[in-house]
Design a protein around this ligand. Sequence first.
Ligand code: NAD
Ligand code: GLY
Length: 355
Amino acid sequence: MTTVPVNASRQYDIRIGTGLLDRAGAMLREVVPCETVMLVCGDIVNSLYADRVQASLEDAGYRVARYVYPHGEQSKNADTYFALLNALAQAGLTRTDAIAALGGGVTGDVSGFAAATYQRGISYIQIPTTLLAAVDSSVGGKTAIDLPAGKNLAGAFYQPGLVLCDYDTLNTLPEEVFTDGCAEVIKYGVIWDADFFEQLKSPIRPQIESVIARCVEIKRDVVQQDEFDTGIRGLLNFGHTIGHAVEKCSAYAVSHGSAVAIGMALMTKAAYLAGRCDEDCVDSVYAMLRQYGLPTRTEFAPDDLLAAMLSDKKRSGSRISLIVPERIGKCDIVKLPVEEMKAFLRPALEDQTWK
Ligand code: NAD
Ligand code: GLY
């Protein structure tokens, strides 16, 4: 097992290993001495893993209630959030109790937001079961739900008390969901670590523990410098401005990781066309995305994508922040007025081919 400690507004450990689901109760006992745990999961994860986690929690002396929602991004909304708050109240959770979020990023984001707001804040732990959640969403304390106007528009910064990543759970992921998580893995190489990017040229399944550990170390290092996302944390949004627009234009039919992959490809091409990175950098990003079977283009019209980007959170007043590659391992945060942002991106959106 690898442990990555995080020292943010709350200190906690990220534990990465096998067989951790069955040790969840004992590990939770070390950090959250509460009576009742609300185990939250989507319906698919409920049938795969929730009984094991519940048994482990009960063995450790917790009373366990369970909230199950229909899986998918469409559930990351106000209805699920309020239903979960009501379930917490009906199960009698008090301020000293806790939520265990068992699942992917949707489960973690909704559960974290409920934990941040129920009785003005209760503890929660993340038990990620997708690669994306393992390497990204379970760490760093961003919690949110989507609003009809856009992704993640209501939320809170709220750190978990523990992250338990049992990567055995990744074995039951549909291939396309695993692939989705690879987009966020590749992101860390492009924004931060060229050696790690090289490491990803070898298949990641045989090296999964070290890959997850390196991703969360990078995320930890970024979050510790800028927990509340006023500066360098913006780097973690590489590919996300275009990605969120693709998700929104598709009514969330395009998954988050695929949308981020498209966003990384098109942003890198835009950077090249604007003279901010060289051709090798674009070649490397496209080759890596293609190696992992990730998409690099979308059929949505440039005007629709640009309109969707204007409702993104990364807009501040009349300026929008773009994460622009300079070379593999180094990206810049570029704040542009809306019209300049459109001019920067439009050529790459209009011709999305690359070699
Ligand atoms: P997800 O939570 O919808 O999970 C994807 C699918 O995998 C679901 O159908 C789920 O039921 C299924 N599943 C989960 N674990 C499984 C397992 N072990 N075996 C079989 N099936 C399993 O999607 P995701 O890709 O994990 O997360 C995407 C979400 O994360 C988006 O809403 C995105 O905005 C959010 N996100 C948040 C952050 C953050 O910092 N908070 C960062 C990145 C992404
Ligand atoms: N996933 C972006 C962040 O956590 O800041």
